[in-house]
Design a protein around this ligand. Structure first.
Ligand code: FES
Length: 141
């Protein structure tokens, strides 16, 4: 049975990339089928990192919220196979219209992870299946 997201969410976190006290929020570990967080805990558009535990392995993923939808990706850039972000939970460009890899500035579509600009044309981010139910984002089974 999935944990209720309130058990994952420390009080006082805004998920704009910082907690109320200025510290970045923790990266929570989730398993397939479990809740990640509520949609309204994320900015719109906004992003947040998680650790996905699958088959005994942990893999960093991130979620993009856009309106009532959420899109998940593995945090590995297809250009050099390194994480896209330097700041915790921050995966969007300045105007929050694309996913940004800060290493060499590749940009990706928020809805399907395809490369829109930069050094990896024709490639894309590995998608992570999510579902949104009653305003809660879950990792798909
Ligand atoms: S590693 Fe991401 S653009 Fe080069």
């Amino acid at each position: 049975m999935a944990d209720h997201p309130s058990t994952h969410t420390p009080v006082g976190l805004s998920f704009e990339g910082k907690a109320d006290d200025g510290a970045p929020p923790p990266v929570l570990t989730v398993k397939p089928g479990e809740a990640l967080c509520r949609l309204d805990e994320m900015a719109d558009p906004g992003s947040r990192a998680f650790m996905m535990r699958r088959g005994g392995e942990d893999e960093e993923i991130f979620v993009i919220r856009q309106g009532d939808e959420a899109f998940g990706y593995v945090n590995i850039c297809p250009h050099r196979f390194v994480p896209l972000n330097w700041k915790p939970h921050i995966f969007l460009n300045h105007d929050k219209t694309r996913i940004l890899c800060v290493v060499h500035a590749a940009t990706f579509d928020m809805r399907d992870g395809s490369c829109l600009g930069g050094p990896c044309p024709g490639q894309g981010l590995e998608q992570v299946a999510l579902r949104v139910e009653n305003g809660i984002i879950y990792l798909a089974d």
